[in-house]
Design a protein around this ligand. Structure first.
Ligand code: ADP
Ligand code: MG
Ligand code: MG
Length: 249
């Protein structure tokens, strides 16, 4: 079955329609981009998928199971992980400690930061493996607050991988990242996806960043998905051009 499937999803808040009849089918192991203008409902969709917001209509299926009623931690345990538009790292902890903490919490062990674990323990080994995957193996002892925006995004991905997430939701991972660091981050996301086989949904304003990276693009506009297709066909779609990309496309 699909890794993630959304059927007839709707969300109304105080009489305002935030999401309306959203359908989305994400095949296992695929990389899907979500684009759309500011306020289109992209983050709200991620909030519903991760369980932070409850939909007023429709349902969410993970690996064929209805997870619409599950809590945030229940979904996380089932393997659904996300990053936020604002960084959720511990800035005073080192790069290695941030990932090791996620690995320790996931494995249900104690996670005292006062008692510095031996570098050979299982959580540390997991953390080192995930950090190598995102290309941060040279910054293990640097404080998370002192690395570049691009490296912070890579670190957030390593944290997610350390929780054994099989579905990864990335909300604007390129936000605040210098343009010179974008290709490296795109490369990290591609490598992370191919080496873990994770299913990835990624919100990104700029379709050019998604070209050559994602399998399909979902276009959100005013609370609905108005197109879902390959990046190339999305670029050529007249409905998308008039609704979102404008004459610049
Ligand atoms: P995007 O991520 O695409 O920029 P959002 O999902 O953040 O869009 O927001 C979609 C719309 O829903 C916006 O108009 C926003 O103001 C509104 N919205 C989001 N959350 C709430 C909320 N808790 N209460 C009221 N309106 C909200
Ligand atoms: Mg926004
Ligand atoms: Mg958003």
């Amino acid at each position: 079955p699909s890794a993630l499937r959304v059927e007839g999803l709707g969300l109304q808040i105080g009489g305002a329609t935030i999401l309306e009849d959203v359908d989305l089918d994400v095949p296992a192991g695929s990389l899907v981009g979500v684009i759309g203008p500011n306020g289109a409902g992209k983050t709200t969709l991620f909030n519903v998928l991760s369980g932070i917001a409850r939909p007023t209509a429709g349902r969410v299926l993970m690996d064929g199971e209805d997870i619409t009623r599950l809590s945030v931690p229940q979904r996380a345990r089932a393997g659904l992980g996300r990053t936020f538009q604002t960084s959720s790292l511990f800035p005073r902890l080192s790069v290695l400690e941030n990932v090791r903490l996620a690995a320790q919490v996931t494995r249900g062990g104690s996670y005292s930061l006062l008692r510095f674990p031996r570098r050979s323990d299982a959580a540390t080994a997991t953390a080192r493996e995930k950090l190598a995957l995102v290309g941060l193996e040279h910054k293990l002892d640097t404080a998370a607050g002192d690395i570049s925006h691009g490296d912070k995004r890579k670190l957030e991905i390593a944290v997610l991988l350390a929780t054994d997430a099989s579905i990864v939701l990335l909300d604007e991972p390129m936000a605040g990242v210098g343009s010179g660091d974008v290709p490296g981050l795109v490369d990290t996301i591609r490598r992370m996806q191919s080496e873990t086989g994770a299913t990835v949904l990624m919100v990104e304003h700029h379709i050019d960043v998604l070209m050559g990276l994602v399998d399909r693009v979902a276009v959100m506009y005013s609370g609905s998905i108005i197109a879902y297709d390959t990046p190339q066909r999305i670029m050529e779609n007249p409905t998308v051009q008039s609704a979102y990309l404008g004459s610049a496309a």
